[in-house]
Write a protein that binds this ligand. Sequence first.
Ligand SMILES: Nc1ncnc2c1ncn2[C@@H]1O[C@H](COP(=O)(O)OP(=O)(O)O)[C@@H](O)[C@H]1O
Ligand SMILES: [Mg+2]
Length: 294
Amino acid sequence: MDQAQQLRNIIKRSEQIPMNVARVITVTSGKGGVGKSNVSINLAVQLKKLSKRVIIFDADFGLANIEVMFGAVPKHNLSDLIYQGKNIKEIITMGPMDIGFISGGSGIAGLSNLGRDYINYLVQNLSELDSLADVIIIDTGAGISDAVIEFLVASGEVLLVTTPEPTSITDSYSLLKALNRHPRFNREMTLIKVISNKVSGAEEGQQLFNKLNAVVSRYLKLPIRYLGHVPEDPQLVKAIMQQTPISIANPNAKSSMAFEALAMALTGGDPIAAYHKHGMAGFFANMVRGKKFV
Ligand SMILES: Nc1ncnc2c1ncn2[C@@H]1O[C@H](COP(=O)(O)OP(=O)(O)O)[C@@H](O)[C@H]1O
Ligand SMILES: [Mg+2]
């Protein structure tokens, strides 16, 4: 069996096995600095408290956010798996509360140029994550770059973080517009959930969503849902300085409680279990699908 055939088999298998695969949640935003990494890390902590096994995949190759926020230095990153023959377990760094994270490093930037042998090897290895985690949170870079859009297209579940700043709302809209016109974007199979961050409270959070939803449903006819809000919280900023997620540093802070509510909302059951279809193997298979060797 040649390698292209092997890859096709992996993709086929990932489509046939609906359960026992990790739920892949991709956290994104139109604009940088709106709180994606904080959302990723605190949702990880809160999901862990709900007894989920969680791995964070840091796909923001420009800024190594997760490791700084966890105060943990990874020995290896995705590039070492691709080019140095490391296996998936060797590139997982353990953060607090046994939350694993994988640093994308420069490996993310090179993904689109990988040859088929490398892709095959990568997909086989990443599919192992399905047995190591219940939830995989992918923290993407900001903005409407091709790499970010590829990640979103491959995801069954997207968390879009937005803030009340006018530029954040317009950039969120632009991101959804770019996603919506991508030829491989499957709107029926993708859940898009919005988190309003840095708001004064529940009311402003809901209003922010309503504003975004008004333009998105009118001009893109794309269904998006509201997941909830995180208040602007000075304690969260303090926790970042201490390199400890606020949900660990101060579980009673108002932002920690908001993250807890978001984790509950996420695990509360969804009518469309799109995310269960693919797992991590399917996620990367989606990313490389459409390339000539698949
Ligand atoms: N809920 C919040 N309350 C107060 N400040 C926040 C909140 N969320 C984010 N921030 C601030 O925004 C900065 C950027 O957050 P970060 O998660 O790194 O954004 P991104 O990953 O989207 O670039 C943080 O360093 C923090 O100062
Ligand atoms: Mg970040």
